[in-house]
Design a protein around this ligand. Structure first.
Ligand SMILES: Nc1ncnc2c1ncn2[C@@H]1O[C@H](COP(=O)(O)OP(=O)(O)OP(=O)(O)O)[C@@H](O)[C@H]1O
Ligand SMILES: [Mg+2]
Length: 235
Protein backbone atom coordinates (compact mmCIF):
# COMPACT_ATOMS: atom_id res chain seq x y z
CA UNK A 1 0.00 0.00 0.00
CA UNK A 2 1.27 3.44 -0.89
CA UNK A 3 2.25 5.67 2.03
CA UNK A 4 1.72 8.73 -0.10
CA UNK A 5 -1.64 10.42 -0.24
CA UNK A 6 -0.74 11.81 -3.66
CA UNK A 7 1.96 10.94 -6.12
CA UNK A 8 2.50 12.28 -9.62
CA UNK A 9 4.95 11.32 -12.34
CA UNK A 10 5.82 13.74 -15.11
CA UNK A 11 2.36 15.21 -15.18
CA UNK A 12 1.66 17.55 -18.08
CA UNK A 13 -1.35 19.66 -18.92
CA UNK A 14 -1.74 21.59 -22.14
CA UNK A 15 -4.74 23.81 -22.74
CA UNK A 16 -5.67 24.36 -26.35
CA UNK A 17 -3.48 23.34 -29.26
CA UNK A 18 -1.25 24.68 -32.02
CA UNK A 19 -0.14 28.29 -31.81
CA UNK A 20 -2.48 29.04 -28.90
CA UNK A 21 -1.47 26.05 -26.75
CA UNK A 22 -0.71 26.86 -23.10
CA UNK A 23 1.57 24.43 -21.28
CA UNK A 24 0.25 24.76 -17.74
CA UNK A 25 2.12 21.71 -16.38
CA UNK A 26 5.40 20.62 -17.94
CA UNK A 27 6.36 17.45 -16.12
CA UNK A 28 5.32 17.79 -12.49
CA UNK A 29 6.57 15.04 -10.21
CA UNK A 30 5.76 14.99 -6.51
CA UNK A 31 4.86 12.84 -3.55
CA UNK A 32 2.75 14.06 -0.64
CA UNK A 33 2.73 11.93 2.51
CA UNK A 34 -0.56 11.13 4.17
CA UNK A 35 -1.69 13.35 6.97
CA UNK A 36 0.57 16.27 6.15
CA UNK A 37 -0.28 19.87 5.48
CA UNK A 38 1.50 21.09 2.36
CA UNK A 39 1.69 24.68 1.20
CA UNK A 40 2.09 25.19 -2.54
CA UNK A 41 3.77 28.43 -3.58
CA UNK A 42 4.55 29.88 -6.99
CA UNK A 43 4.01 32.90 -9.19
CA UNK A 44 0.75 33.54 -10.95
CA UNK A 45 0.43 31.21 -13.93
CA UNK A 46 2.96 28.66 -12.61
CA UNK A 47 0.35 25.89 -12.65
CA UNK A 48 -0.73 25.63 -9.02
CA UNK A 49 -4.48 25.55 -9.60
CA UNK A 50 -4.10 23.24 -12.57
CA UNK A 51 -2.16 20.78 -10.42
CA UNK A 52 -4.65 21.00 -7.56
CA UNK A 53 -7.59 20.48 -9.90
CA UNK A 54 -6.02 17.36 -11.36
CA UNK A 55 -5.29 15.97 -7.87
CA UNK A 56 -8.90 16.69 -6.92
CA UNK A 57 -10.32 15.02 -10.02
CA UNK A 58 -11.78 18.27 -11.36
CA UNK A 59 -9.56 18.29 -14.44
CA UNK A 60 -7.67 15.72 -16.53
CA UNK A 61 -3.96 15.66 -17.26
CA UNK A 62 -2.64 15.59 -20.82
CA UNK A 63 0.07 13.03 -20.01
CA UNK A 64 1.90 11.52 -17.06
CA UNK A 65 0.37 9.87 -14.03
CA UNK A 66 -1.36 10.98 -10.86
CA UNK A 67 -2.28 8.68 -7.99
CA UNK A 68 -4.39 9.09 -4.88
CA UNK A 69 -3.06 6.30 -2.64
CA UNK A 70 -3.20 3.30 -4.98
CA UNK A 71 -5.87 4.73 -7.26
CA UNK A 72 -4.60 6.01 -10.56
CA UNK A 73 -6.57 9.20 -11.20
CA UNK A 74 -5.14 9.57 -14.69
CA UNK A 75 -6.68 6.23 -15.68
CA UNK A 76 -10.19 6.95 -14.40
CA UNK A 77 -13.35 7.57 -16.37
CA UNK A 78 -15.39 10.70 -15.61
CA UNK A 79 -17.83 8.60 -13.61
CA UNK A 80 -15.11 7.17 -11.41
CA UNK A 81 -13.50 10.57 -10.97
CA UNK A 82 -16.82 11.93 -9.81
CA UNK A 83 -17.10 9.13 -7.30
CA UNK A 84 -13.51 9.71 -6.16
CA UNK A 85 -14.24 13.40 -5.56
CA UNK A 86 -17.42 12.65 -3.70
CA UNK A 87 -15.88 10.03 -1.44
CA UNK A 88 -12.46 11.46 -0.74
CA UNK A 89 -12.01 15.14 -1.53
CA UNK A 90 -13.06 18.39 0.13
CA UNK A 91 -12.46 21.64 -1.76
CA UNK A 92 -12.08 25.17 -0.46
CA UNK A 93 -11.79 28.03 -2.96
CA UNK A 94 -10.93 31.71 -2.70
CA UNK A 95 -14.55 32.76 -3.11
CA UNK A 96 -16.64 30.73 -0.80
CA UNK A 97 -19.41 29.66 -3.20
CA UNK A 98 -22.07 29.57 -0.52
CA UNK A 99 -25.73 29.58 -1.51
CA UNK A 100 -26.94 33.05 -0.42
CA UNK A 101 -30.52 31.99 0.29
CA UNK A 102 -29.47 29.21 2.68
CA UNK A 103 -28.21 29.56 6.26
CA UNK A 104 -24.75 28.37 7.27
CA UNK A 105 -26.28 25.15 8.58
CA UNK A 106 -28.26 24.59 5.39
CA UNK A 107 -25.22 25.24 3.22
CA UNK A 108 -23.32 22.52 5.06
CA UNK A 109 -26.33 20.20 5.05
CA UNK A 110 -26.39 20.30 1.25
CA UNK A 111 -23.27 18.17 1.36
CA UNK A 112 -24.04 16.00 4.35
CA UNK A 113 -27.26 14.86 2.70
CA UNK A 114 -25.35 13.12 -0.10
CA UNK A 115 -22.32 11.82 1.83
CA UNK A 116 -21.80 8.29 3.15
CA UNK A 117 -20.83 8.88 6.77
CA UNK A 118 -21.09 12.61 7.36
CA UNK A 119 -20.77 14.68 10.47
CA UNK A 120 -23.84 16.58 11.46
CA UNK A 121 -23.83 20.07 9.96
CA UNK A 122 -23.88 21.45 13.51
CA UNK A 123 -20.74 19.53 14.45
CA UNK A 124 -18.86 20.65 11.34
CA UNK A 125 -19.76 24.27 12.10
CA UNK A 126 -18.72 23.85 15.73
CA UNK A 127 -15.30 22.62 14.55
CA UNK A 128 -14.66 25.89 12.76
CA UNK A 129 -15.96 27.98 15.65
CA UNK A 130 -19.28 28.90 14.05
CA UNK A 131 -21.72 26.97 16.18
CA UNK A 132 -23.33 30.18 17.46
CA UNK A 133 -23.77 31.56 13.92
CA UNK A 134 -25.23 28.53 12.19
CA UNK A 135 -28.64 30.03 11.53
CA UNK A 136 -27.23 33.12 9.88
CA UNK A 137 -27.20 33.70 6.15
CA UNK A 138 -23.93 34.29 4.26
CA UNK A 139 -24.66 38.03 3.91
CA UNK A 140 -24.80 38.25 7.72
CA UNK A 141 -21.31 36.77 8.09
CA UNK A 142 -17.86 38.30 7.58
CA UNK A 143 -15.59 37.04 4.81
CA UNK A 144 -13.59 34.91 7.24
CA UNK A 145 -16.77 33.45 8.71
CA UNK A 146 -18.12 32.64 5.26
CA UNK A 147 -14.87 30.91 4.41
CA UNK A 148 -15.14 28.89 7.61
CA UNK A 149 -18.64 27.82 6.58
CA UNK A 150 -17.09 26.68 3.29
CA UNK A 151 -14.49 24.72 5.27
CA UNK A 152 -17.21 23.17 7.44
CA UNK A 153 -19.00 22.17 4.25
CA UNK A 154 -15.80 20.62 2.89
CA UNK A 155 -14.99 18.63 6.04
CA UNK A 156 -18.52 17.52 6.91
CA UNK A 157 -18.23 14.49 4.67
CA UNK A 158 -14.99 13.49 6.46
CA UNK A 159 -12.80 13.66 3.36
CA UNK A 160 -9.35 12.09 3.27
CA UNK A 161 -7.96 15.16 1.58
CA UNK A 162 -8.71 18.84 1.72
CA UNK A 163 -7.60 20.90 -1.28
CA UNK A 164 -7.60 24.65 -0.76
CA UNK A 165 -6.97 27.15 -3.55
CA UNK A 166 -6.07 30.51 -2.02
CA UNK A 167 -8.43 30.10 0.93
CA UNK A 168 -7.24 33.37 2.47
CA UNK A 169 -6.85 35.20 -0.85
CA UNK A 170 -9.84 37.46 -0.28
CA UNK A 171 -9.23 38.04 3.44
CA UNK A 172 -7.18 40.42 5.52
CA UNK A 173 -4.43 39.00 7.67
CA UNK A 174 -6.38 38.85 10.93
CA UNK A 175 -9.39 37.16 9.36
CA UNK A 176 -7.14 34.87 7.35
CA UNK A 177 -5.61 33.58 10.59
CA UNK A 178 -8.97 32.24 11.78
CA UNK A 179 -9.34 30.38 8.49
CA UNK A 180 -5.84 28.91 8.71
CA UNK A 181 -6.52 27.89 12.31
CA UNK A 182 -9.60 26.00 11.16
CA UNK A 183 -7.46 24.18 8.57
CA UNK A 184 -4.62 23.32 10.95
CA UNK A 185 -7.08 22.14 13.62
CA UNK A 186 -8.72 19.76 11.17
CA UNK A 187 -5.37 18.50 9.94
CA UNK A 188 -4.23 17.89 13.55
CA UNK A 189 -7.41 16.27 14.70
CA UNK A 190 -8.40 14.12 11.74
CA UNK A 191 -5.07 13.74 9.97
CA UNK A 192 -6.69 15.08 6.83
CA UNK A 193 -4.05 15.44 4.13
CA UNK A 194 -4.25 19.13 3.28
CA UNK A 195 -2.86 21.16 0.39
CA UNK A 196 -3.05 24.94 0.56
CA UNK A 197 -2.22 27.18 -2.39
CA UNK A 198 -1.25 30.69 -1.38
CA UNK A 199 0.53 33.77 -2.64
CA UNK A 200 1.64 34.64 0.86
CA UNK A 201 5.09 33.19 1.38
CA UNK A 202 4.74 33.73 5.14
CA UNK A 203 2.00 31.10 5.31
CA UNK A 204 4.48 28.38 4.38
CA UNK A 205 5.65 28.43 7.98
CA UNK A 206 2.49 26.68 9.23
CA UNK A 207 3.01 23.71 6.88
CA UNK A 208 4.79 20.39 7.35
CA UNK A 209 6.00 20.63 3.77
CA UNK A 210 6.39 23.37 1.20
CA UNK A 211 6.46 22.95 -2.56
CA UNK A 212 7.57 25.70 -4.91
CA UNK A 213 6.23 25.71 -8.46
CA UNK A 214 7.58 27.57 -11.46
CA UNK A 215 6.69 27.19 -15.08
CA UNK A 216 4.62 24.05 -14.61
CA UNK A 217 7.12 22.14 -12.49
CA UNK A 218 8.03 21.62 -8.85
CA UNK A 219 11.35 23.44 -8.57
CA UNK A 220 11.99 23.18 -4.85
CA UNK A 221 10.65 21.39 -1.80
CA UNK A 222 11.33 21.63 1.89
CA UNK A 223 10.08 20.31 5.22
CA UNK A 224 9.58 22.56 8.22
CA UNK A 225 11.16 21.10 11.31
CA UNK A 226 9.37 23.69 13.36
CA UNK A 227 5.99 24.93 12.34
CA UNK A 228 4.42 28.18 13.41
CA UNK A 229 0.86 28.50 14.59
CA UNK A 230 -1.31 30.58 12.28
CA UNK A 231 -1.53 33.24 15.01
CA UNK A 232 2.26 33.56 14.90
CA UNK A 233 2.26 34.36 11.20
CA UNK A 234 1.35 37.72 9.76
CA UNK A 235 1.31 39.09 6.26
N1 LIG B 1 -8.95 26.62 -19.03
C1 LIG B 1 -7.81 27.15 -19.44
N2 LIG B 1 -7.60 27.43 -20.75
C2 LIG B 1 -6.42 27.94 -21.18
N3 LIG B 1 -5.38 28.21 -20.39
C3 LIG B 1 -5.53 27.96 -19.08
C4 LIG B 1 -6.74 27.43 -18.53
N4 LIG B 1 -6.60 27.29 -17.19
C5 LIG B 1 -5.36 27.74 -16.92
N5 LIG B 1 -4.71 28.13 -18.05
C6 LIG B 1 -3.33 28.65 -18.15
O1 LIG B 1 -2.46 27.69 -17.57
C7 LIG B 1 -1.42 28.35 -16.84
C8 LIG B 1 -1.43 27.87 -15.40
O2 LIG B 1 -2.64 28.34 -14.80
P1 LIG B 1 -2.99 28.07 -13.27
O3 LIG B 1 -4.36 28.60 -13.08
O4 LIG B 1 -2.75 26.66 -12.94
O5 LIG B 1 -1.91 28.99 -12.55
P2 LIG B 1 -1.78 29.39 -11.01
O6 LIG B 1 -0.40 29.07 -10.58
O7 LIG B 1 -2.91 28.81 -10.24
O8 LIG B 1 -1.93 30.99 -11.10
P3 LIG B 1 -2.64 32.01 -10.06
O9 LIG B 1 -1.66 32.15 -8.93
O10 LIG B 1 -2.75 33.27 -10.87
O11 LIG B 1 -3.94 31.45 -9.65
C9 LIG B 1 -1.66 29.84 -17.01
O12 LIG B 1 -0.85 30.31 -18.06
C10 LIG B 1 -3.12 29.92 -17.39
O13 LIG B 1 -3.39 31.04 -18.19
MG1 LIG C 1 -4.55 29.63 -9.24
Amino acid sequence: MSEAAFRTEELTKTYGSGATAVHALRGTTLSLPRGEMTVLLGHSGSGKSTLLNILGGLDKASSGKAFFRDLELTAMSETRLTRYRREHVGFVFQFYNLVPSLTARENVALVTEIAGNPMKAEEALDRVGLGPRMDHFPAQLSGGEQQRVAIARAIAKRPNVLLCDEPTGALDSKTGVTVLEALTDINDEFGTTTVVITHNAEIQRIAHRVLFMADGKIVDEKSNEQRLKPSEVSW
